[in-house]
Design a protein around this ligand. Structure first.
Ligand SMILES: Cc1cc2nc3c(=O)[nH]c(=O)nc-3n(C[C@H](O)[C@H](O)[C@H](O)COP(=O)(O)O)c2cc1C
Length: 241
């Protein structure tokens, strides 16, 4: 059950060296992670599944040698690829063309096609483009002007769009961690890391960004979890309107 997985998943900081993790199962969890929703279905992320001992050692240093990293038999680096927006938009649009033809009433196809072509062919490439903050400023001016007349998406600065990309990648990471919990595997999401060093180790291109590194393994009984789980009282975070 989902509730069991949510309760089982803890941030595990020490893994059992005697308990092996099956790479194929981890890969399967990453396939499931791809089922996470992503903004405009752009899927601007990549998953680097690290099983090579030498790379694990180097990445553990980049993760500030924290216990979760030094004891993890495998890691997954969740990487955002905003720089791939043009090709991802093209790929999604290609799929949408076929999807519309297969699944829309014939008389609706031309109109829907036109909307998708505008959205993926023109609007998204404009929204995802970056140029030292300047394009974001231009988008902000345009959307704030339009918002005087009707509701529009106003969070379109370059920082806003970068957040959008990281949000979707984070959802994929969480989906992965839940899939791992279902397998009886443990994880620890980490952002306490030297991202420049991690990028260098993985030879990532300039446009790639580390979203988080997830340590993977099986918890060492008595050491894996740092005590009880703490959550705020539900009433402190829940508002019904
Ligand atoms: C984005 C993110 C980054 C995190 N970074 C670290 C980290 O660098 N090191 C660490 O030990 N835990 C890290 N954590 C784990 C949190 O500390 C942990 O999830 C929180 O204390 C709640 O504990 P629980 O996951 O066991 O419920 C991170 C969690 C998230 C979501």
């Amino acid at each position: 059950m989902l509730a069991d997985m949510l309760n089982h998943r803890r941030a595990v900081r020490h893994y059992d060296a005697d308990k092996k993790v099956d790479s194929e199962k981890v890969r399967e969890c990453l396939r499931l992670a791809q089922l996470a929703p992503s903004s405009s279905n752009m899927q601007l992320y990549e998953f680097y599944h690290i099983t090579d001992p030498e790379t694990l050692k180097q990445l553990a240093v980049a993760c500030l040698s924290q216990g979760a990293a030094t004891t993890a038999p495998q890691m997954v680096v969740f990487v955002t690829r905003q720089d791939l927006y043009r090709e991802r938009a093209r790929t999604v649009l290609d799929f949408e063309r076929g999807n519309l033809n297969r699944n829309s009433p014939p008389e609706k196809v031309p109109g829907r096609l036109k909307k998708s072509e505008f959205y993926y062919g023109k609007l998204l490439p404009f929204i995802y483009a970056r140029c030292f903050g300047l394009l974001g400023l231009l988008r902000k001016i345009l959307t704030l002007s339009a918002s005087l007349f009707r509701p529009v998406v106003v969070d379109v600065s370059e920082a806003d769009v970068r957040t959008v990309v990281h949000k979707s990648c984070g959802l994929a990471a969480q989906t992965f961690m839940l899939a791992m919990a279902e397998q009886g595997y443990d994880t620890c999401p980490m952002e306490g890391l030297d991202s420049r060093m991690a990028k260098r180790i993985l030879k990532l291109p300039r446009g790639a960004e580390i979203n988080m590194i997830v340590a993977c393994g099986i918890r060492k009984e008595g050491r894996g979890i740092w005590g009880e789980r703490f959550r705020l009282p539900f009433e402190d975070v829940y508002r019904e309107i």
